[in-house]
Design a protein around this ligand. Structure first.
Ligand SMILES: [Zn+2]
Ligand SMILES: [Zn+2]
Length: 125
């Protein structure tokens, strides 16, 4: 329910931004979106592990590495997605914050919550 609330309240999922470009403007919300690809790897044997989003974090699909049984993993950000990684990679569409003083009302009308807005723009997407 909380997730639903956030989705409807303020989140644009930028679904129209193509995933085969590095970055593009979202036609739905006008933000500049960068496609970031992440992959989960085992700390022990370095195998790529299939993963998913859980509470906005990237987690492996299984608790234990299918190759070596380790529970330790790390997340690697990919510079470029390639064909072999696409089954493992997680895509995160990240807003690149821009100076919107002339076009956005949030900077002008809500001065008291400016810090809050900066936080949201900078870190939540
Ligand atoms: Zn959008
Ligand atoms: Zn392993």
């Amino acid at each position: 329910m909380l997730l639903d609330f956030f989705l409807h309240k303020q989140e644009c999922l930028h679904l129209k931004v193509p995933i085969d470009v590095d970055e593009a403007y979202c036609p739905d919300c006008g933000e500049l979106i960068k496609n970031k690809w992440f992959i989960t790897r085992c700390c022990c044997c370095n195998i790529k592990r299939t993963s998913h989003y859980e509470y906005n974090e990237i987690k492996p699909n299984t608790k234990y590495c299918p190759n070596c049984g380790s529970t330790e993993f790390y997340i690697q950000e990919l510079d470029k997605i390639n064909f072999t990684d696409v089954n493992y990679a997680i895509l995160k569409k990240t807003i690149i914050p821009q100076n919107k003083i002339s076009t956005s009302q949030i900077w002008i009308e809500k001065e008291d919550s400016l810090a809050q807005e900066i936080k949201l723009i900078g870190f939540s997407k």
